[in-house]
Design a binder for this molecule. Structure first.
Ligand SMILES: [Zn+2]
Length: 289
């Protein structure tokens, strides 16, 4: 599932590409992805201008004129792909062009058309994602109801706030807790494992068992790892692609996730995998004793 760095990458790229554009037409190929009838979806959106693109946790919000808002959650396999007209400004880049043509296919469920043939595709192999069309106030209410925890890269997310949150959920295991969206917004299975490795903390430790220094390291790890991952435009551990159809570049920088049986980069002991809260959890049995 795309996590904070992947969704943030998509947000930044979208902002760059679609802000100011007007929606010329829309095709809804799979009804269940949107929350209203395709007729209403089109009626309310065609002619509207994209004003801004925001992110809260793993949720994208597109702001449009006329007080319309689109809330987009990619869930497991959602992709947003921005396409230029075939051939244009892709001279000699046949490979990219072929890849893009592949992208518009049976898993393309919604298409937004802009001027000059530009378009935004919503692809979703497993179809768990959604696009909700709401008025501004409704959208804000929906987001509020989701009760997201603090944004980890926000200045307001201080070590004190982190400690307070941990104190309230002291009996929970740290790795599933880091993935709990009401505790902290945006972390999923990949980056929660990486943070525990960074802090040399066993993912099964409870909040109450953590020493001050360990809490400090976890806090530092969250900020560092997320910032680094954004710099590399995320990780493509499954189907994640950015809006240009490119994989994230952070994969080679993952230190523990997906490295079962390989040597720990810190001590050389073999990385182990266990199930924790139903999710594969990678850790070094020595560094993260
Ligand atoms: Zn180790």
């Amino acid at each position: 599932m795309p996590e904070l760095p992947e969704v943030e990458t998509i947000k930044r790229e979208l902002k760059n590409k679609i802000c100011g554009r007007k929606i010329k037409d829309i095709e809804v190929r799979l009804r269940k992805i949107v929350n209203v009838t395709p007729q209403e979806f089109k009626k309310r959106l065609i002619g509207k201008q994209i004003l801004d693109v925001k992110r809260r946790a793993k949720l994208l919000m597109i702001e449009l004129s006329g007080d319309e808002r689109l809330l987009i959650h990619l869930k497991l396999t959602g992709q947003l792909i921005y396409e230029r007209p075939r051939g244009a400004s892709l001279r000699g880049r046949q490979e990219i062009r072929d890849k893009k043509q592949e992208m518009r296919g049976k898993h393309t469920h919604v298409i937004f058309y802009f001027e000059k043939g530009k378009m935004l595709l919503y692809n979703d192999l497993r179809q768990f994602g959604y696009i909700k069309l709401l008025k501004r106030d409704e959208a804000l209410r929906v987001i509020e109801k989701m009760k997201f925890g603090p944004e980890p890269l926000d200045k307001k997310f201080t070590l004190e706030i982190f400690k307070e949150g941990l104190f309230k959920k002291a009996r929970q295991k740290i790795k599933p807790l880091l993935m709990d969206q009401s505790f902290l917004a945006g972390l999923g299975n990949v980056y929660a494992s990486e943070v525990c490795f960074y802090a040399e903390v066993n993912p099964q430790r409870t909040g109450s068992s953590l020493k001050d220094g360990e809490i400090g390291k976890i806090y530092e790890g969250i900020k560092e790892i997320l910032q680094e991952a954004i710099k590399y435009k995320g990780s493509s551990v499954d189907t994640y692609l950015d809006i240009y159809g490119r994989k994230g570049g952070y994969m080679p920088h993952l230190k523990v996730y997906g490295r079962e049986g390989k040597k720990c980069l810190r001590c050389g002991v073999k990385i182990k995998v266990i199930k924790l809260g139903g999710r594969s959890t990678y850790f070094c049995p020595k560094c993260q004793e």
